[in-house]
Design a protein around this ligand. Structure first.
Ligand code: HEM
Length: 303
């Protein structure tokens, strides 16, 4: 049977019973606990209007609130792991678009049962991980990928992926399934073992905030479109590299709207991966559709 939002959040937070759940609420336990907020703007590609019917992207420049984070519930996790996450709120005149993304193109679960097992088992150390490797092929494929992923030198030098599929309205009336990806304009830059050893366990926030004072961090945002043979509703299945890509625009992070109030508001809030403007709809992916209810459940618990 499908898992409830409360069960999913408990699995994510490692709070399987009432006592641990209540304790988690007291410390405002939250996934992706280590992170920080900043700001910038989205510059749509004017050519997008030639193919897609998304009026939101007709604006010249749209304000962005961004949060960069690590995975997990530990607010003191080391930046030397390979996981990097980027969440964006793009707030236009009339509509908004949120992104909640990861630097792994492939997800570890294709349904809520697998998601629940994964979150529960990874918290049981080596034994739990072994169970996943033996019993959940999608988890094994994810571990195999993650083992090849190196820690990036900066949040600005990572790719980010939406992972789940969305449905895009074309000007000719077609509905085209696609996935988001963000390509860093300064390129993917990973740290060598020697460089990594020389760094403290907290370096990413300072690096990013110093960087953007000199020069904005930028990403080109693409939609990769599916072919009829591609799996739409399963984020564990990658599509071939050769699929058509469309440049949607550029994310420019320069801290332009940073303030104490803005940071406080951002830290308190949530990002909603199905907050979409006209012309974009969520796919039927069960992972995608479980996310917002879980984020709201988590939000309520950390009040
Ligand atoms: C069933 C699927 C999922 C569940 C149940 C889930 C659960 C959660 C929860 C409980 C939070 C904390 C929300 C808060 O208190 O603000 C969270 C945050 C987050 N999740 Fe998920 N998640 C799921 C899928 C995904 C996927 C597919 C991605 C990446 C593509 C992702 C990336 C993130 C990120 C980046 C955050 C931090 C947001 C922020 O910066 O505030 N999650 N997730």
């Amino acid at each position: 049977a499908d898992k409830t939002s409360a069960e999913l959040v408990d699995a994510v937070n490692g709070t399987p019973d009432l006592t641990s759940r209540e304790a988690g609420k007291k410390v405002k336990l939250r996934n992706h606990a280590k992170g920080f907020c900043t700001s910038g703007a989205f510059i749509p590609n004017p050519k997008l209007q030639d193919s897609l019917a998304i009026p939101f992207f007709k604006q010249a420049e749209i304000p962005i609130t961004a949060r960069f984070s690590l995975g997990g519930t530990n607010p003191h996790a080391s930046d030397k792991g390979a996981g990097r996450f980027m969440s964006l709120k793009i707030d236009g005149d009339k509509e908004s678009l949120n992104f909640v993304t990861t630097n792994s193109p492939v997800f570890f679960a294709s349904n809520l049962e697998e998601f629940f097992n994964f979150q529960t088992k990874v918290k049981q150390g080596a034994e739990g991980k072994q169970w996943l490797v033996e019993n959940q092929p999608n988890a094994k494929a994810f571990f195999d990928f993650i083992n090849t992923l190196q820690p990036s030198a900066s949040f600005a030098n990572s790719r980010y992926f939406g992972v789940n599929s969305f449905l895009f309205s074309a000007n000719n009336g077609d509905i085209k399934p696609g996935r988001w990806s963000f390509e860093p304009v300064d390129g993917v830059i990973n740290l060598s073992q020697t460089q990594l050893e020389a760094l403290p366990s907290d370096f990413l926030k300072q690096e990013m905030l110093t960087r953007i004072q000199q020069k904005p961090a930028k990403w080109d945002l693409y939609i990769k479109f599916a072919e009829p043979s591609d799996e739409i509703n399963d984020p564990t299945v990658l599509w071939p590299e050769s699929r058509e890509r469309l440049l949607v625009g550029q994310v420019v992070i320069d801290g332009r709207s940073d303030s104490e109030t803005a940071t406080m508001q951002c830290d308190k809030g949530i990002f909603n991966p199905v907050l979409l403007p006209q012309g974009i709809k969520p796919s039927a992916d069960p992972i995608l559709n479980a996310r917002t209810p879980a984020y709201i459940e988590s939000f309520i618990r950390r009040q």
